[in-house]
Design a protein around this ligand. Structure first.
Ligand code: AHG
Ligand code: MN
Ligand code: MN
Length: 335
């Protein structure tokens, strides 16, 4: 049987699901950029791409060389293609304006160019997370496109995905009709469909949280994790295993593969920040993927995709993965 490449899958989607041709082209361009990032990541020390820069991003985090390289690859690949009205990135303070010489399109692209930066220098999986929104009518037609155009609920996303740069490079994608996984065939230079219908198991015995922050957590998270740790003798009646890779892409990829619950709660370290992860660049695209795979994603009290953003860089507590566990921790938050 002939192999289904990402391009062929997208063309078939256009025929069977009326996926607009410009959205198809946009996904192709993002995938091409991810291939280029994968190539840079894999060079490592040989390419001089490891290590940090002297600069900080808008979040006050020190930028890695590869954060900046990946951001530039995504901007350069997408700015001229004619599908976008603008882009927003974790690494940029303000939305990126499509240069005047290029045509503008109907969509907005939002991304975390390199997720899991702390793992780059130690040769552990990192990734790129992206989300596609429609640009509201007439915004940005005259003058600059403002932040407001991007401040849409996650339910408005028309596509979301991530690339993971691990032992294999994969692209995981949803267009709102299930989740597909494509593996990069380096000899062909194409992403090939290898995971046709990704589903998160409803129940799990595996959890992911950075335990070093335990003393800063709020009561519902303290209660839930202590029950997980109590194992068979505790109220949940089973032994759990723990994994924490510290690349959200890699932790979510594991959960999509064999189930699990991922948590990055709000904590008392920085009381004015609602957690570490960012709603627009990380939580929304990952929540769309997880829901499309049959899992759940909340901020403890509310479905993440229903949150109305009020700031491009806003943070949010995240609980996502196997439904049974996400519903349990959400119930504990509600008292
Ligand atoms: P980024 O590298 O894009 O800043 O994101 C890192 C995030 C996420 O990928 C991961 O789950 C989390 O930070 C890890 O945080 P800790 O270092 O606090 O464990
Ligand atoms: Mn990230
Ligand atoms: Mn990042």
């Amino acid at each position: 049987m002939s192999r289904v490449t990402l391009s062929r899958f997208l063309i078939e989607q256009t025929r069977s699901h009326n996926t607009p041709a410009d959205l198809r082209f946009l996904i192709e361009v993002v995938a091409r950029a991810c291939k280029a990032i994968s190539h840079q990541v894999s060079k490592g020390a040989l390419g001089g791409v490891l290590g940090s820069l002297d600069t900080e991003n808008v979040q006050g985090e020190v930028q890695k060389k590869l954060d900046v390289i990946s951001n530039e690859i995504l901007l350069e690949a997408n700015e001229w293609a004619g599908n976008l009205a603008g882009m927003a990135s974790e690494e940029m303070d303000k939305p990126y304006q499509i240069p005047g010489q290029y045509p503008k399109g109907a969509y907005l692209l939002v991304f975390d160019p390199l997720d899991g930066s702390s793992n780059i220098d130690v040769n552990v999986s990192v990734g790129t997370i992206f989300s596609v929104l429609r640009c509201p009518d007439r915004q940005g037609e005259e003058g600059d496109l403002g932040d407001e155009a991007f401040l849409q609920k996650g339910t408005q996303q028309v596509a979301a995905g991530y690339a993971i740069y691990g032992p294999q490079t994969m692209l995981v994608l949803t267009l709102g009709d299930g989740v597909k996984g494509f593996t990069l065939d380096r000899e062909l230079g194409s992403f090939v469909l290898t995971h046709d219908n990704i589903k998160v198991p409803e129940a799990t015995k595996e959890f992911a949280i950075n335990m070093s922050n335990q003393r800063h957590w709020e009561a519902p998270v303290q209660r839930y994790v202590s029950e997980l740790l109590a194992g068979e003798e505790g109220p949940l009646g089973k032994n759990y295993n723990m994994r924490w890779i510290a690349s959200m892409v890699a932790d979510v990829h594991r959960i999509l593969t064999r189930g699990g619950v991922f948590m990055y709660p709000r904590d008392a370290r920085e009381p004015d920040k609602a957690g570490k992860l960012r709603l627009m660049y990380e939580a929304n695209p990952m929540s769309m993927i997880i829901e499309q795979a049959g899992g759940a994603a909340t901020n403890g009290t509310q479905r993440i995709l229903d949150i109305q953003p009020d700031n491009l860089h806003q943070r949010v507590p995240v609980f996502l993965g196997s439904k049974e566990e996400v519903l349990r921790i959400t119930a504990y938050h509600k008292g």
